[in-house]
Structures are given as C-alpha cells and as structure tokens.
Design a protein around this ligand. Structure first.
Ligand SMILES: [Zn+2]
Length: 277
C-alpha cells in the first residue's frame, strides 16, 4: 500500500472511532437503565437514575420546610433537635459553630426506608447505595431550588465526609455503607469524598443503650482527626444514614469543627418519634 493510502486509512480509522464514540455517548442518554428496587426500565435521560417513579412514590421525602433541624450542644445529657423554618430562621449558617450544628434530614423513617437501610447494612444490599444517593441529591436539589440565599450557600460544600465505622466493624461488614453512598453522591455533585475522621472507639449500637446518659457516654470521644487532611476553612457535608440521638454525629462534627471546618450534617433519615424530630 502506498504511503498516501496508509495516511487516508489512518485518518478514516480516526473518523470512524470518533463517530463511534459520539454515537455511543448520545445513545447512552437514551438507553434505559433499571430501577434498583423493582428492575423496571427507567429512561436514562431522567433523574433519579436508579429508582423509578413508582418506587420513589413509596419514599416519604421530607419537604423543604420540615427537613432542617438545629442540634444543640448535648453537654449536660440534654439533647435537642429543633426544627428550623428555612426561610425565616435560617440566617447565615457560616458563623463558625463548634457546639451547635444544623442537621438536614432527607426522609421520614418509615418501614420502606427502614427495610432499605437494614438490607444495605446487614444483608449486603448494595443495590440500595445508588438509590439512597439519588434520594439525597434529589432532596438537596429541591432545597436549593426553593430555599433562602443563606441555605443555598450551605449546599455549596467543598467536601463530603462519611461517618466512619470502627475498623473492627468495617472488617466484619466488609464495607462502610455510608462511604459507598458518599462516593455515589460525589459522582452526582462533583465534590470530593475525604475520609478524614477515624473512629477510635468501637461503640455499642446506640439503639442498645437504654438511657440518654448511656448513649451520651457510649460515643464520647469516639472520633479523631486524620491529620494528613487539610480542612481549615472548608465547608464539609458530614453524612450518615440514620440519625437517632444525634450524639454520634455531634461528636464527629465537633472533631471536624475543631480542625477548622464549617460543618453541615446530612442524614438520610431519622429514627426518632415524629414529635421529637
Ligand atoms: Zn421501581
């Protein structure tokens, strides 16, 4: 083959490969994906990508006026969640809170959510990971669309930090479900996940503790900071799956705040009685 012919065929290959890549990219937009819960096809150019409208309809998402709470310093075994009206009471979050934190709770804790999280945690139900990340993103986006300027600022975080498991529990389970959700959320938000918290105390489950005092003592000083991370002046979204007494998250958030970060807490759901949170 002459040199000029070789050049032409080389150029053709490039053109064909470019067309193929372009086609694949545009087709991907239209190829159906399956709902992780019922396996029904979902149109791929629609969000959420991993849960169909019917299954989504079974999730009790909190609306924008009922998903924000204020968590006060639990120092004297007092622990309070106060519901915050985003438009009226939420003013300038970034005031370097180190003892009080805002908690954003995405869904109500009903049987549907309870089953999803139980399967994910104890029965390797990893198909729920992208679904739960989708739910978080959906609720954050709704809040961004209808909330005050200050709240929009909060949603503009730098890093996602998942609540860590103690290494013993991590090896028993084989994964930290919150970290997996954080990674999926990172893909949706374009933010980075950093594992800058270390759980040094292998605490008992908070639900096993009978009194509030026991729960407070159980997780006291449970976390340290991995000091290779630099979080000074950074806005952090600290995430967990279920918030109960809130003390565990409060401990973790305090460590981040003491190391210079501005912390905003997000939990997928909360398992307190409705009149409490
Ligand atoms: Zn479905």
């Amino acid at each position: 083959m002459s040199r000029s012919l070789e050049r032409v065929s080389g150029r053709n290959k490039k053109i064909v490969s470019r067309i193929y890549k372009g086609l694949r990219k545009s087709l991907k937009e239209f190829l159906p994906t399956a709902c992780a819960l019922c396996l029904k096809n979902i149109s791929a150019n629609k969000f959420p990508r991993n849960i169909c409208d019917k299954c989504l309809g079974k999730v009790s998402l909190r609306d924008v006026n009922s998903n924000l709470f204020f968590m006060e310093d639990p120092a004297e075994a007092r622990f309070n969640f106060k519901s915050i009206n985003v438009s009226e009471q939420f003013n300038s979050y970034y005031q370097n809170y180190t003892n009080n934190f805002y908690v954003f709770i995405c869904t109500y804790y009903d049987e549907y959510l309870k089953n999803m999280i139980r399967n994910l945690k104890f029965h390797e139900g990893l198909e729920f990971v992208p679904v739960l990340a989708d739910l978080i993103y959906l609720v954050l986006e709704r809040a961004r669309r209808c909330s005050s300027r200050e709240f929009k600022e909060v949603l503009n975080f730098d890093y996602i930090v998942p609540l860590p498991l103690h290494k013993k529990r991590f090896y028993e389970r084989g994964y930290n479900q919150v970290e997996l959700i954080a990674k999926e959320l990172a893909k949706l938000t374009g933010k980075e996940v950093i594992n800058c918290l270390v759980r040094i105390k292998n605490t008992k489950r908070q639900s096993e503790m009978k009194s509030k005092m026991e729960r407070l003592k159980n997780v006291e000083n449970a976390f340290t900071f991995n000091d290779t991370a630099v979080i000074i002046g950074k806005k952090i979204l600290l995430i967990d799956d279920v918030v109960s007494s809130g003390k565990t998250l409060w401990e973790a958030a305090s460590v981040l705040a003491q190391n210079g970060a501005e912390v905003f807490i997000l939990a997928i759901t909360g398992n307190q009685k409705e009149n409490y949170i």
